[in-house]
Design a protein around this ligand. Structure first.
Ligand SMILES: [Zn+2]
Length: 100
């Protein structure tokens, strides 16, 4: 009977761990975004994402450079957003790049 409890406990532990892994991966979509300051973001609605305002017209260029995650390079990770790129996301991106 004791073994059964241990087995149930272990299976809960494993499923929680798997859940955490999936949550981390869901934080990173299919694309990363490079803003006007060449900083890399993982969310295109990040409030730290910088847009360029034309000093003559006052119009703001809302475009961002959208890059498929598989085309991401190590160079792009030199400047990452401190708000949306957490340490675990950074490590996830690094592993993704190294796999390529
Ligand atoms: Zn960001």
């Amino acid at each position: 009977m004791k073994y059964l409890y241990v087995l149930i406990f272990l299976s809960i532990l494993i499923s929680c761990n798997k859940q955490a892994q999936e949550n981390k991966e869901s934080l990173v979509g299919d694309y990363v975004y490079i803003d006007a300051n060449d900083a890399l973001h993982v969310r295109n609605n990040c409030i730290s994402l910088r847009h360029v305002t034309n000093e003559f017209t006052g119009n703001t260029d809302m475009s961002v450079e959208r890059i498929p995650i598989e085309e991401c390079t190590r160079n792009m990770l030199q400047s990452t957003c401190s708000r949306c790129v957490t340490d675990s996301i950074y490590e996830h991106l690094l592993k993704t790049i190294e796999k390529q």
